[in-house]
Unconditional design. Structure first.
Length: 418
């Protein structure tokens, strides 16, 4: 243990490195830059990944959303290019027919509606949902309550306004619950304020929308039992692709659409989207490691080169030490110690500056509430230490060739040069 903490030994190594100050600084900068860039690239990659996934953290991963499109094939006497809609009755059939479905909800959209409160008039998107929709595309109720089954059954003229709509229509701090707003010249009572995700918006941004019971919006716009989007969340252990096929089969059968018509029913599969994102970020991380390791390797090669130059300049010194009895292991340890020390100092400096830079960027992001796609660009402690260990090991290996060259120096050759 005494040899490990021998301060004089490290002073000697540092003095040797200092004799080649310019080359040491340049080589050390290359190593520090390699570690710094690896830390920065890893942090930026993590920041984008967290930013994207934070918007869908609360959405059930086994979710799928269906939309109608015009038919492309003739079927049962119906022409192609026929427009059709999912109906309330279809939801009831799907509930009874597919046991894998955990939650199901229909969404109906209104027009861009003129909304008035006191002397303020603005336009907002409207959507009609039932009480189950919040379980599929979660939104937080900041004030008041959510739509309930009684609102739907009685077709009540009540609504939930998005956070952005609330801030534009009402005064700061004003309680909107119980107040009445005019939507397309019909009065609705506000029962709540909702906060939705800014990153992932399925069918529109909830924060800039007005939500009302699906039965109410169907009546308001004379839509009958029309459903514009069908949202389904299956149980976690269920194959969502199987559910997708079953839903598609039932909807086509009940609406006289050819089973072979691939254009009549469109869907958005969240599970497949997540897999795509996961594969994308796995590829990005792999690229970061390849580029990072290449940069670190370049730094290690620089360490090896400077040690070779240093040994050439110290031929006399090494030869004389060999002549007076220095053992090969002593020479080997000195050369490896010099390369390892230089690598460690440079690598630690690069790691420190990289983590410090990410922390500064994180503070800037936190102070910007409008940022939604990039957040918390940090790396784990284990990853930063791993990068440092890798570069130190690379520095140690980089010193092997110079060390072997030093061992080949003979005392007689050194004295002859002298």
């Amino acid at each position: 243990m005494r040899n490990i903490f021998d301060i004089d030994k490290y002073k000697e190594l540092w003095q040797t490195i200092s004799r080649n100050k310019t080359r040491s600084i340049l080589t050390g900068f290359g190593v520090a830059w390699g570690v710094f860039m690896f830390i920065i690239m890893s942090g930026v990659g993590n920041g984008f990944q967290k930013g994207i996934f934070q918007g869908i953290d609360n959405i059930p991963k086994n979710s799928i959303f269906f939309f109608t499109n015009t038919t492309s094939l003739e079927y049962n006497g119906f022409n192609a290019n026929r427009k059709w809609n999912i109906k309330n009755e279809d939801i009831n059939v799907l509930k009874k027919s597919i046991s894998e479905i955990q939650n199901i909800s229909g969404v109906t959209y209104g027009n861009n509606s003129e909304t008035t409160y006191k002397d303020i008039t603005l336009s907002y998107n409207t959507r009609g949902v039932d009480n189950n929709y919040i379980k599929i595309e979660p939104y937080k109720i900041l004030m008041g309550r959510n739509i309930d089954p009684i609102d739907i059954a009685e077709k009540r003229k009540v609504c939930i306004i998005g956070k952005k709509a609330y801030s534009q229509l009402f005064s700061t701090g004003e309680d909107p619950v119980g107040k009445f707003i005019s939507i397309n010249h019909s009065y609705f009572q506000v029962i709540g304020v909702a906060l939705g995700s800014e990153n992932i918006n399925i069918g529109g941004n909830i924060n800039s929308s007005i939500i009302m019971p699906v039965s109410t919006i169907q009546q308001l716009y004379n839509l009958g039992s029309c459903i514009h989007m069908l949202a389904i969340a299956a149980y976690d252990d269920v194959d969502i692709k199987s559910v997708e096929n079953k839903v598609s089969e039932i909807l086509k059968s009940s609406n006289n659409i050819s089973p072979n018509d691939k254009e009549a029913l469109m869907n958005f599969n969240l599970s497949e989207l997540l897999k795509t994102f996961q594969n994308l970020f796995t590829g990005i991380k792999l690229l970061i490691w390849i580029v990072g390791m290449g940069t670190l390797l370049a730094g290690a090669v620089g360490i090896s080169n400077i040690m070779l130059v240093s040994i050439k300049e110290r031929t006399n010194e090494i030869g004389i030490r060999r002549a007076i009895g220095a053992k090969p292991n002593t020479i080997m340890k000195q050369i490896l110690g010099e390369s390892t020390l230089l690598t460690f100092i440079s690598g630690y400096l690069g790691m420190f500056l990289g983590i410090l830079s990410l922390e500064i960027v994180n503070k800037v992001i936190v102070s910007n509430p409008n940022n939604n796609m990039f957040t918390d660009p940090q790396i784990s402690f284990s990853l930063s230490v791993t990068a440092l260990i890798i570069i130190v090991i690379a520095g140690l290996l980089a010193g092997i060739i110079p060390a072997k060259r030093a061992l080949n120096i003979k005392a007689i050759d050194a004295l002859r040069d002298e």
